[in-house]
Design a protein around this ligand. Structure first.
Ligand code: IPD
Length: 285
């Protein structure tokens, strides 16, 4: 099966790059935008077309596999992870960025077997960067090995010094005042720790890739989806990092919550700072 998953991954790379080029081309044209769960939860015709391109290509090659896709789920398909080989797909992560031609947009393809993530492929549609990782085989950016940040300067006498950490987060679709209060409270807490800074780039998957390359020390978010985490979780873990639930427990792909970091110490620190924001699970009906 190891050989089989490797073959699946080769197909994933090929289709992610192909889909990414379609997105890159679509950026130049008029976009037809609609909304999903909230006025800030956007979808375009391109999201649907690219998901269809990815799923039909994969289904053709692997007819017995299961597929979880952002737009298929929006269209009412159940988002439930079984033991079967399952593809977890975000055709355009950063749809709002895509709509604005803000250059942080990615195609994300994750693959799980027996509910365990086996590999992840993320293609940055604007600069063509390809992030890949397979369980037990390391993480790569354009074929070059990547590693999370384990900066010595973040530790003095083995105690974590967060003052030099750069932290990433994303906003999520809920924008009611109570949610925004907690959201900004969390950012204020991290800024006043103090830390070097907090960044929001508008794409969960690319932000998570920046944890994998060591460009930032930690990421947290409430309200993302399984297709935002699946591929990136493998990439971060294979780059030597930690991906857990905001409670500090193991990652739950469907919980819509994540903390990722270069080290356990950094991840646990973030866990302790956060006030939770509740979102309905991906697998609730
Ligand atoms: C969203 C983006 C956004 C994040 C959301 C994601 P989409 O993905 O990554 O930055 O805040 O949680 O769902 O909808 O553009 O694929």
């Amino acid at each position: 099966s190891d050989k089989c998953w490797r073959e699946c991954m080769d197909v994933a790379v090929e289709v992610a790059c192909r889909a990414g080029k379609v997105v890159q081309e679509a950026v130049k044209h008029e976009k037809s935008v609609s909304t999903k769960s909230t006025p800030t939860d956007l979808v375009t015709e391109a999201d649907q077309q690219v998901e269809e391109l990815i799923i039909s290509t994969l289904r053709d090659k692997f007819p017995s596999h299961r597929f979880i896709g952002e737009e298929s789920s929006a269209a009412g398909e159940k988002c439930i992870l079984t033991d079967n080989p399952s593809w977890i797909i975000d055709p355009i992560d950063g749809t709002c960025n895509f709509v604005h031609s803000f250059p942080m947009v990615a195609v994300s393809i994750g693959f799980a077997v027996k509910k365990e993530l086996e590999f992840g492929v993320i293609y940055h549609c604007f600069d063509g960067t390809l992030y890949t990782a397979r369980k037990g085989h390391g993480a790569f950016c354009n074929g070059v090995r990547i590693q999370v940040s384990k900066e010595k300067e973040l530790y003095s006498q083995r105690l974590l010094d967060v003052s030099k950490a750069l932290i990433l987060t994303e906003i999520g679709a809920k924008r009611d005042p109570a949610t925004l209060n907690i959201f900004s409270g969390n950012i204020m807490k991290l800024l006043s720790a103090p830390t070097h800074g907090v960044r929001i780039i508008g794409s969960s998957t690319l932000a998570l890739c920046l944890i994998a390359t060591g460009a930032a020390e930690a990421y947290y978010q409430y309200g993302l989806h399984c297709w935002d985490i699946a591929a990136a979780a493998v990439i971060i873990r294979e780059a030597g990092g930690i991906v857990i639930d905001t409670s500090g427990g193991p990652l739950d792909l469907m919980s819509r919550r994540v903390v990722a970091a270069g080290t356990h110490e950094m991840a646990n620190y973030i866990v302790q700072q956060l006030q939770p924001i509740s979102y309905e699970r991906d697998d609730s009906d």
